[in-house]
Design a protein around this ligand. Structure first.
Ligand SMILES: *Cc1c(COP(=O)(O)O)cnc(C)c1O
Length: 425
């Protein structure tokens, strides 16, 4: 690596001299001060990802609701709340986090196929903006809960446009046969049903077709399908105030080339304008594309274990910290924080957890020695928020870098923290 080389798709993560930096902070120094595994996020990277959406929607009535399951750490939510974002939540726990981070409940939309009555009640009491309902049965329960509180629940129906986002099957959600959403052909009757229920107020329509989408075609197709429904539902006498196109835009993990958010929205808005819906209230729910490439996970090399068939590079981060490779065979780039010279070897980078599925990268050319610190890239989304305590490993600490400042936003969990709620009989 040469001086001042930004990593692809990650302009705020760059080598300066022989040191990898997040903004102005050298990662080797953060690893020394805070230990590893350590998540480090760039505030500037998050805000510049958000700015691409904001540019895309300039002059429109649009609300960006950050899909916080991608990374729900309080300080991350705070950054987005202060930048004007609402939040897409999928549980009552996430709602509590939004409130703790200073988010506006009126800008919260509640997604998910399995909301409980207790979660509905909690969300109605704080006055969330919208429930994105996923089944007819949920409509009935929500109406009942709202009536019990003397309220009307604002609802949108999540429709399933049946388009293939061409992504990993575990993160594709808009096809027939997925558990998500209401089938296109059932949507009109579901809207009639919703409009007839005394505890509900129909406010919108939404869809979300999948995640890590790297092509604009599925979005354009889904938009056509959703707008067809808007026309149909409104001509049946049910007005639809807002249209929510979900999230799903991909990031560059390994040479992927997703459209930029502003370019994608230029295309989508052209279609919306052509069909006469460009002045509607619009909503989107991006998660990964706002945070994924704003974060890295630092991990120390514990042992090198050469073998006949494979060389292993054993590091102190594991599948409990970085679950995506084990869960989705996902690829994360792995780079040294302080590069060495020489040829190196091809390694499988693995963690200490007692599972063969505990790998972080396979067949990686690395020049490393025990004690070196590696950076696992694109670790801002669906890493810390999916982390677990498997093998009684405390979850990693997290740092938010803002220029020359590094804020510790989450302390490392101790072993005691991991069993603090347990009791001997
Ligand atoms: C997960 C999810 C999102 C965010 O998806 P990304 O791929 O992270 O942008 C948005 N909306 C809903 C309903 C989701 O379930």
């Amino acid at each position: 690596m040469t001086a001042n080389t930004a990593l692809p798709g990650q302009p705020h993560i760059a080598y300066a001299g022989d040191q990898l930096h997040v903004e102005a902070m050298a990662l080797s120094q953060l690893a020394r001060e805070h230990g590893t595994p350590l998540f480090v996020y760039s505030k500037a990277a998050m805000l510049s990802a958000l700015a691409a959406y904001q540019r895309g929607f300039a002059g429109r009535q649009a609300q960006i609701c950050y899909a916080m399951k991608a990374n729900s750490s309080l300080a991350i939510l705070q950054v987005f709340a202060e930048a004007g974002c609402g939040f897409d939540i999928v549980s009552g726990g996430e709602l509590a986090r939004v409130l703790a981070a200073g988010g506006d409940p009126a800008k919260v939309i509640f997604s998910g196929v399995g909301k409980t009555r207790a979660e509905m009640k909690q969300a109605l009491q704080v006055g969330i903006g919208c429930f994105n309902v996923e089944s007819e049965a949920e409509l009935d329960v929500l109406s009942e809960v709202a009536m019990g509180l003397g309220k009307k629940a604002p609802v949108s129906l999540r429709v399933n446009p049946n388009v293939d986002p061409k992504t990993h099957p575990y993160i594709s959600t808009g096809l027939k046969g997925n558990k998500f959403g209401i089938a296109h052909e059932d949507a009109l009757s579901a809207y009639r049903h919703a409009a007839s229920l005394p505890g509900l107020k129909v406010v919108g329509i939404d869809c979300h077709i999948g995640s890590q989408i790297t092509d604009s075609t599925p979005y354009l197709d889904a938009m056509d399908r959703v707008l067809d429904l808007v026309a149909e539902v409104e001509s049946a006498g049910v007005p639809i105030h807002h249209i929510d196109f979900g999230g799903g835009l991909g990031i560059n993990y390994n040479g992927d080339t997703p459209p930029q958010a502003d370019a994608l929205w230029a295309q989508l808005l052209t279609k919306l304008d052509a069909r006469g819906y460009g002045q509607r209230q619009l909503m989107i729910e991006p998660g990964r594309s706002l945070v994924g490439n704003a974060g890295v996970c630092l991990t120390e090399v514990l042992y090198l274990k050469p073998g006949e068939q494979k060389n292993f590079c054993i590091v102190d981060a594991a599948m409990n910290d970085l679950p995506r490779p084990a869960m989705y065979q996902a690829f994360h780039q792995i780079v040294p924080v302080t590069p060495r010279t020489g040829d190196g070897l091809v390694y499988d980078v693995v963690g200490p957890v007692c599972e063969s599925g505990d790998w972080i990268g396979r067949d990686r050319q690395l020049r490393v020695a025990a004690g070196d610190v590696l950076a696992v890239l694109s670790a801002g989304a669906y890493c810390m928020s999916m982390a677990s305590n498997y093998n009684t490993r405390g979850r990693a600490a997290e740092i938010l870098v803002d220029g020359t400042k590094a804020h510790l936003i989450r302390q490392r969990e101790s072993a005691f923290d991991t069993f603090a709620l347990e009791q001997l009989v």
